[in-house]
Design a protein around this ligand. Structure first.
Ligand SMILES: [Zn+2]
Ligand SMILES: [Zn+2]
Length: 130
C-alpha cells in the first residue's frame, strides 16, 4: 500500500490517512487528489488542542463574566445546593463519621482524630509544644 510521511509525527502512514474528506467521498473516477500534510490522527490531535486553546482563551478573557455566572448560579440555586449537600451528608453519614474518626498526627506531634484537630490546635497541650 502507498504510504506517505506525516509532517507532524513523521511516521509513514497509509496514503488514505492523508486524503481530504472531499477526495474520499468523491465519486469521480478521477478525483482531484487533495491531501493533508498531517495524518488523520495528528489532525485530530491538532483540532482538539486548538479547541482547548480556544477554551482557555475564552476563560481568560471572560474571567469576570464566568465568576459572575457562578455567583448567579449559586444565588439562584442556594436551596438546591443546600439540599444536595444535605442529601450527600445523609447518604454518606457513615463514611463521613468514619473519616472523622481517622487519626492524624498534628504538627505538635500528638495524634488526634480529624474531628478534634481544630479544637486540639487551640488546646494548651498543642500551644505549649509548638
Ligand atoms: Zn501524524
Ligand atoms: Zn497539636
Amino acid at each position: 500500500m502507498d504510504t506517505t510521511r506525516c509532517k507532524n509525527c513523521e511516521l509513514e502512514k497509509p496514503y488514505m490517512d492523508f486524503l481530504t474528506l472531499e477526495t474520499r467521498l468523491s465519486t469521480d473516477d478521477m478525483p482531484v487528489f487533495d491531501v493533508h500534510e498531517n495524518c488523520v490522527s495528528c489532525r485530530e490531535i491538532i483540532r482538539v488542542n486548538r479547541r482547548k486553546e480556544t477554551g482557555k482563551k475564552y476563560r481568560e478573557n471572560n474571567k469576570e463574566k464566568i465568576a459572575e455566572r457562578k455567583k448567579n448560579y449559586y444565588e439562584n440555586n442556594k436551596e438546591k445546593i443546600a439540599e444536595r449537600k444535605k442529601k450527600y451528608r445523609e447518604t454518606n453519614k457513615e463514611k463521613i463519621a468514619e473519616r472523622k474518626k481517622e487519626k492524624v498526627v498534628c504538627e505538635c506531634g500528638s495524634e488526634v482524630t480529624k474531628s478534634c484537630l481544630a479544637r486540639h490546635r487551640k488546646s494548651k497541650k498543642h500551644l505549649q509544644s509548638v
